[in-house]
Design a protein around this ligand. Structure first.
Ligand code: GAF
Length: 392
C-alpha cells in the first residue's frame, strides 16, 4: 500500500477503535503475500519462494477487564462477541481467523485476558493474496505484544497456521503465514518447509515489475479441493513408502519412483505427485536463474508451473487460464501463472517495467472481451513483514 493509503487505513482503524472502545490501542500491520514459484509444495515439505507485499491488514487491540472478546471488522461493518471460554466458529467467517489464534494460544498454555479488537485492510479478499493469513498473523503478533507472551516469530507463524488448520479447517502449509511474518522489503524468501530454514534472495531489478491480475472469481470448491489435493499427495507417499521406506514426503520422492509405484495404481494421484516433485525441482532451478539475473529463464519456469497446475494438479480454472494465455502472447511478460491455492484469485506476472501500462490495458481488455469480467490489477511492491505501527 502506498503511504497515503497506509495512513488513511491506519487512521480509520484507530478512529473506529476509539469510537467503539475505551483506552489507547496497540496498532499492528500485517501484509499479504505473493509467491514467485513453488506452489502447493509447502505441505509436501518442499520449498516456496514468497514475499510480503504492500497490502495489509491493520489491527487495533487493547485489553479489557473481563474475559470478553469484542471484535469489529471495518470492511464488513460487523461486530462479533465471544469470551475466552466460548470460542465457537462464527457464521460471519472472519471472526474465525481471530478466534482460531486465541484458541491456539490457550492450547499452548499462554495466559490471555479479554480484549477489544478492530481491523480493516486493503488486501483483496478471495484473491489468493492471503488476507486470512495476514489477519491470523496480525492477531497472533498483537496478542503476543498485548499480553507479553514472549513468542518468537516462527511460533507466531506456526500459531497462525494451526488456527487455519484446526479452527478454520483448511489444511494449509506454512507459506502464507511465514511470508506475512518474515517478509523483507525487496527480498524473496526461499523457505524450506521441511525445517523452516530460510534464505532471503534480493529481488529489486528496476526493469521488472510484479503485476497481479485478479480474475475476480473464486470458485466455491477451493477449500475442499485444497484438502483433497493434500490427501492425494499423502496417499502417493504411502504408495512409494511400501517400497522405499525412507521417503517421508514428496520432497524425498523421484519421478522414477512415481512412475514405478504410483502410476500403475492411481493415475490421478500420479499426476498430482508428478506436479509437486517437478515443482520442487523447478523452484531450485529458478533460484539459480535468479542468482544469475536470468529472468527470461525464470519466467519460462513460471509458465511451466502454470501448465502443471492446470493439467496435472488441476487447481486452475478457465479465467486463470485465459489470463495466463494472454500473458504468454505478450512479449513484455517474461512469465505468468496462477498463484496460491487456485480455483480463482490472481495470476502473478513478471513484466518489463517499461511496458506495464500497455500490458495491463491489453490483457485487461482482452480478458473482459473473453469473460465479460473486469480484472482488477495490482502492481505489487515487496515489503516488510508484520510489525507494530505508531498511532500518532
Ligand atoms: C494456499 C495455502 F494457504 C498455502 O499454504 C499454499 O499451500 C498455497 O495455497 C499453494 O501453494 O495459499
Amino acid at each position: 500500500m502506498d503511504m497515503t493509503t497506509a495512513t488513511s487505513l491506519r487512521d480509520s482503524v484507530y478512529e473506529k477503535y476509539n469510537e467503539l472502545f475505551d483506552g489507547t490501542p496497540i496498532l499492528v500491520r500485517s501484509p499479504g503475500r505473493v509467491n514467485l514459484i513453488g506452489e502447493h509444495t509447502d505441505y509436501n515439505n518442499g520449498l516456496v519462494l514468497p514475499a510480503a507485499i504492500d497490502k495489509n491488514i491493520i489491527l487495533a487491540i487493547g485489553k479489557r477487564e473481563d474475559n470478553a472478546i469484542q471484535l469489529y471488522s471495518l470492511d464488513q461493518q460487523q461486530s462479533h462477541t465471544a469470551t475466552l471460554d466460548t470460542l465457537a466458529r462464527s457464521p460471519l467467517l472472519w471472526p474465525d481467523y481471530i478466534l482460531g489464534v486465541v484458541q491456539q494460544l490457550i492450547k499452548r498454555s499462554h495466559t490471555l485476558g479479554g480484549f477489544n479488537l478492530a481491523f480493516g485492510g486493503d488486501i483483496p479478499q478471495g484473491a489468493g493474496l492471503s488476507s486470512s493469513a495476514a489477519l491470523e498473523c496480525a492477531t497472533a503478533f498483537a496478542l503476543n505484544e498485548l499480553f507479553q507472551l514472549d513468542i518468537q516469530p516462527l511460533d507466531i507463524a506456526l500459531v497462525a497456521q494451526a488456527a487455519e488448520n484446526e479452527f478454520v479447517g483448511v489444511k494449509c502449509g506454512l507459506m502464507d503465514q511465514f511470508a506475512s511474518v518474515f517478509g523483507k522489503e525487496q527480498r524473496l524468501i526461499k523457505l524450506d518447509c521441511a525445517d523452516f530454514t530460510h534464505e532471503y534472495i534480493p529481488f529489486n531489478n528496476p526493469d521488472l515489475r510484479i503485476v497481479l491480475f485478479d480474475t475476480q472469481v473464486k470458485h466455491s470448491l477451493a477449500s475442499s479441493a485444497y484438502n483433497e489435493r493434500r490427501e492425494q499427495c499423502e496417499y502417493g507417499v504411502t504408495l512409494i513408502q511400501k517400497h522405499c521406506p525412507d521417503v517421508k514426503s514428496l520432497r524425498d520422492a523421484t519421478l522414477a519412483q512415481l512412475e514405478q509405484y504410483v502410476k500403475p495404481i492411481d493415475e490421478v494421484v500420479y499426476n498430482r505427485c508428478h506436479y509437486v516433485v517437478s515443482e520442487i525441482q523447478r523452484l531450485r532451478d529458478g533460484c539459480e536463474d535468479l542468482k544469475k539475473d536470468d529472468f527470461e529463464t525464470f519466467g519460462k519456469r513460471m509458465f511451466e508451473t502454470h501448465d502443471g497446475l492446470q493439467h496435472r494438479y488441476e487447481v486452475s480454472c478457465g479465467e486463470l487460464d485465459i489470463l495466463v494465455d494472454l500473458a504468454r502472447g505478450n512479449d513484455a511478460v517474461l512469465g505468468a501463472r496462477m498463484m496460491g491455492g487456485g480455483f480463482g484469485g490472481c495470476t502473478i506476472n513478471l513484466v518489463k517495467a517499461s511496458s506495464v501500462q500497455e500490458v495491463v490495458s491489453e490483457i485487461a481488455e482482452a480478458y473482459a472481451k473473453k469473460t465479460g469480467r473486469e480484472a482488477q490489477v495490482y502492481v505489487a511492491k515487496i515489503s516488510d513483514g508484520t510489525s507494530l505501527i505508531n498511532n500518532d
